[in-house]
Design a binder for this molecule. Structure first.
Ligand SMILES: [Mn+2]
Length: 346
């Protein structure tokens, strides 16, 4: 966890601005981090940034348009120095990916203190707002669960919503796939999929929703809107999931690729496949303009060294992430070679 002095500093920064711009990763952790800070501040502009993209110069236009007096970057592993230099606005960057060095940015990352301590960004943001927003613990729990984490917050959460987080949760994946909090994670994940205009409208609903049951039981017009969007996305997702499960054989590798132009389900699919097939090395990819955009999951070994081996063997691409969950972009022509390296490494 970040030291209390850092939490206080972030709180100060949030208090002392009038037109913040929030830029966040497009996954449940990034989204809930934003919601927590926004609900505290009740002001500002915002934009989500595709997980595959580093935050670079192409986002300067957004800065130019919204004229913020401060920028908060949430749950993004990489922000380019060019972006920082040219934004010409104070930047507060809160993250929990492997630390990187940048100048002229206020960087808050617990891994700077302890490399192995990686609480989700939503966990950090909840710490910042909790004295005013205890009622938003459920939002933090969605981000935490979405990042495959268990925290001591679950006890308080269970008191508030016993049916959303049953006693028998022992592992993060139990919360994700065998609790209604997991369903909320999937709902929040679906909010980030589809046409940008629809995504924005869904996020605006989430900014208003006070209670998770408003969504789960469709009790308010905002909840109904978000739930309907989720159902639409879920239909598409379930179709792909069924196809992916059919690819499982005796092979240690489970490879599933699909072509879909608008929506990426790779990360959600690979998570659920790993839960169903815990011993397999999961490769889910989306073929887009000659590149295989892959999501890799494997519980048995760290994935990063396998990736490095592939790249040094001449596979063209890039990738990285967490120990047992990585993303990678591999040139389509080298994909066979990439799979050979993975197979050899297991
Ligand atoms: Mn995260």
């Amino acid at each position: 966890m970040l030291p209390q002095k850092d939490i206080e500093k972030i709180r100060e920064e949030l208090n002392h601005c009038s037109a913040p711009l929030f830029l966040f990763d497009d996954d449940p952790d990034g989204l809930t981090s934003f919601l927590l800070l926004y609900r505290q501040k009740q002001a500002g502009d915002w934009s989500f940034i595709k997980a595959s993209a580093e935050l670079g110069e192409e986002f300067l236009q957004k800065v130019h348009d919204s004229k913020p007096d401060k920028i908060f970057v949430l749950d993004k592993p990489i922000v380019s120095q060019e972006f920082i230099d040219q934004a010409k606005v104070p930047i507060i960057w809160i993250d929990h990916h492997p630390p990187v060095k940048r100048h002229n940015v206020k960087y808050f990352n617990p891994r700077v203190y302890d490399f192995n301590d990686s609480p989700s960004t939503s966990r950090l943001c909840y710490e910042v707002v909790k004295q005013d927003l205890q009622q938003d613990l459920w939002i933090a729990m969605i981000g935490i669960t979405g990042d495959w984490q268990l925290t001591e917050l679950s006890e308080e959460y269970r008191k508030q919503f016993p049916e959303l987080y049953p006693e028998n949760i022992r592992r993060p994946e139990d919360a994700l796939f065998a609790s209604r909090t997991g369903q909320l994670v999937r709902i929040f994940s679906s909010v980030l999929k589809g046409k940008t205009s629809e995504v924005k409208k869904c996020i605006r609903q989430l900014m208003e929703i006070k209670d998770p049951y408003d969504i789960l039981e469709q009790r308010t017009k905002e909840g109904i809107y978000v739930y309907r969007h989720y159902e639409k996305v879920a239909r598409e997702y379930q179709k792909l999931l069924a196809e992916a499960k059919e690819q499982a054989t005796d092979d240690k590798l489970l490879i599933y690729s699909y072509t879909e132009l608008n929506t990426s389900f790779t990360s959600d699919l690979s998570n659920e496949l790993l839960y169903t097939f815990p011993d397999k090395f999961i490769v889910v990819c989306r073929n887009k303009s000659g590149e295989m955009k892959c999501s890799l999951r494997y519980a048995g070994k760290r994935i990063q060294p396998i990736l490095e081996k592939a790249f040094s063997a001449g596979v063209r691409g890039y990738g990285g992430g967490h120990d047992h969950a990585c993303g990678a972009n591999i040139k389509e022509d080298d994909f066979g070679k990439f799979l050979d390296v993975v197979r050899d490494s297991l």
